[in-house]
Design a protein around this ligand. Structure first.
Ligand SMILES: [Zn+2]
Length: 253
């Protein structure tokens, strides 16, 4: 289906870019992403993907808004405290761009529901702060063959990594899964270290840009790469990484 005249006007500044054009914009319209997490990263990722004209977004999160979220989760207001995040995101982003279809999952991702949900979308975005979920997402994208875009933030540092299952390094190749107890304490540590609110915007914006580039055909820069952004020094470093053939999740053995 071609773009309507309203869509051509709405996306005109993107369409003007020669690497996107009407063709790239149409590709975006026919693409979909599942965003896991409606928090500090999930907010900017979903806002930019909706504004950019992605066709369909799935959003999974079981949490309600708390006061301590408001320092970085910029889709919510003080009056929203106690309300379910996924419904607020849907309501607000539908007003931003009613052309985008929304699927809402008011539940936690688990071994039981992950594969079935992932298979409904073209790509998956990990916008969580939880390592149990991060390893589950990585395993499930390898199993279902879905490209994965990961954003992570803590204190003044952010990371971005993109994964093409079976072709580029997966999360487990670089950070091999530990015992459940260690993973649980990694999540606790991550949550207790604090985060600069605006950093979630920086990293969420980079992740949404990688997803858009993937769909319009200019490619994501962070396959087999790990971006580390140090906000204190305002320094971006990009590490080259490789698939581990002995990786327990994506390896050949
Ligand atoms: Zn791997």
């Amino acid at each position: 289906m071609q773009l309507s005249s309203e869509e051509k006007e709405r996306y005109s500044r993107q369409i003007l870019i020669d690497k996107i054009g009407e063709k790239g914009q149409e590709k975006l319209k026919h693409s979909s992403a599942l965003i896991i997490g409606a928090g500090g990263l999930g907010n900017p990722v979903s806002m930019y993907l909706v504004a950019s004209g992605l066709g369909k977004i799935g959003l999974i999160d079981a949490d309600v808004v708390s006061v301590s979220n408001l320092g970085r989760q910029i889709l919510y207001t003080t009056k929203d405290v106690g309300k379910k995040k996924v419904f607020l995101v849907q309501e607000r982003l539908n007003k931003l761009n009613p052309n985008v279809d929304f699927d809402i999952y008011e539940e936690r991702l688990s071994n039981l529901n992950a594969s079935e949900i992932f298979l409904k979308y073209d790509v998956v975005v990990d916008a969580t702060d939880n390592f149990e979920t991060r390893y589950l997402i990585n395993r499930t994208t390898i199993k279902t063959g879905k490209p994965l875009f990961i954003g992570a933030v803590g204190r003044f540092t952010g990371q971005v990594m993109s994964i093409l299952p079976g072709k580029t390094a997966c999360y487990n190749c670089i950070f091999p899964e530990k015992s459940p107890e260690i993973i649980h304490s990694m999540t606790d540590n991550n949550r207790s270290m604090g985060i600069l609110g605006s950093l979630a915007g920086t990293i969420g914006s980079i992740v949404s840009t990688e997803v858009i580039k993937f769909f319009v055909g200019t490619g994501s820069k962070y396959f087999n790469k790990l971006l580390i952004y140090d906000a204190l020094d305002n320094n971006f470093s990009i590490l080259s990484i490789e698939r581990d053939p002995r990786c327990k999740i994506c390896g050949d053995e």
